[in-house]
Design a protein around this ligand. Structure first.
Ligand code: AMP
Length: 332
């Protein structure tokens, strides 16, 4: 059975982009793979969250993962910081990662521009920690969004380099996995990039927002004065709304509004009302489960403890091998 590893940073609530870009693949892969899914809380330290925020964000994502259907009986669901072996392997792998390649990473270059006052070493070595998350469980496949493609390439480089340096076949070279054969990008409601937490007020549809907040966001999504010629191409903002609709609505509904658009008869108010209704139909049951699960502290304790044990045992097996390969051999 092939092994899959993937995680999400706990930087707030999860949105439709996280679900369709990542969690939906997790749900399928927990059925078919030896699956490790985690909450990347060590990664999130690069942005310096307060201790209270860090904990509540981990709590939030954990409840959301479970509410969306991740099943601790089928996958290993764990919190990254519960597995100290990750930090140990990160120390070793940092010795074989070079400044030039780390500085060339697109995400590092972007952070240097966007968070000039906090260009910490953790940001620079972020791809090493990500590689360790994957390599420590000897993953074969990693479901990632387009934005992570380069990091996976670096993971393969680090794995090859380690194997070559010590003349071993310790690490696999994991492949990117995409459910549809194409890496998914869910658009946002307000900007023309991908849906994201940092996309600004009203951009992301969060699972744990109140229904009226979600409804308002959708009704406020910018449209235009409507199509003027039959079968004209849709401008990006309109296409984005259709793209979101195709994720949550039936094909009949999408076809219905598409036909109205093509005949220049679409009324955006009706279109957005339908979109809001279908989005809420999709997220509301999950939202209710999030609330219940969040309050069930003993269940969360049991899930994270069992996940930590399984993840530690898998990580320790790799680390034992790595320590031996490197030359850490005990005298006692
Ligand atoms: P982030 O919230 O940026 O840490 O992303 C967590 C996971 O969700 C990663 O696997 C991303 O590739 C995926 N993801 C985030 N936003 C989107 C989006 N708008 N479309 C598709 N995938 C996304």
């Amino acid at each position: 059975m092939k092994t899959v590893v993937s995680g999400i940073r706990p930087t707030g609530k999860l949105h439709l982009g996280n679900y369709f870009g990542a969690v939906k693949s997790f749900l399928q892969m927990q059925e078919t793979h030896n699956a490790f899914f985690f909450i990347a809380d060590i990664h999130s330290l690069t942005t310096h969250p307060t201790p209270a925020d860090l904990h509540s964000n981990v709590h939030q994502v954990l409840a959301e993962y479970l509410a969306m259907g991740l099943d601790p009986e089928k996958c290993t669901l764990f919190v990254q910081s519960d597995v100290p072996q990750i930090s140990e392997l990160y120390t070793y792998m940092n010795m074989n990662a070079y400044l030039g390649e780390l500085e060339r990473s697109a995400s590092f270059k972007e952070k240097v521009k966007t968070q000039r006052n906090n260009v910490n070493a953790g940001l620079l070595t972020y791809p090493v920690l990500m590689a360790v998350d994957i390599l420590i469980h000897k993953a074969d496949v990693v479901p990632v969004g387009k934005d992570q493609e380069q990091h996976l390439e670096m993971t393969r480089d680090f794995a090859k380099r380690f194997n070559h340096m010590y003349g071993v076949q310790c690490f696999n070279e994991p492949e990117a996995y995409s459910r549809t054969g194409k890496l998914v990008k869910v658009p946002g409601l307000t900007n023309n990039g991908k849906m994201s937490k940092s996309g600004g007020e009203g951009d992301a549809i969060f699972f744990d927002d109140e229904e009226k907040v979600t409804h308002k966001k959708i009704m406020r999504a910018v449209t235009d004065s409507g199509p003027e010629t039959m079968n004209q191409e849709k401008p990006e903002a309109i296409q984005n709304l259709f793209d979101i609709m195709s994720l949550v609505s039936s094909t009949d509904t999408v076809d219905h509004f598409d036909a109205l658009y093509n005949k220049c008869e679409i009324r955006y108010g009706d279109f957005k009302k339908q979109l809001s209704e279908d989005v809420l139909k999709f997220i509301s049951p999950i939202r209710e489960r999030i609330q219940d699960i969040k309050e069930d502290k003993s269940y969360l304790q049991q899930v994270t403890q069992a996940g930590a044990e399984k993840a530690k045992s898998s990580a320790e097996a790799t680390l034992k091998e790595v320590r031996e390969i490197i030359g850490f051999r005990r005298f006692y």
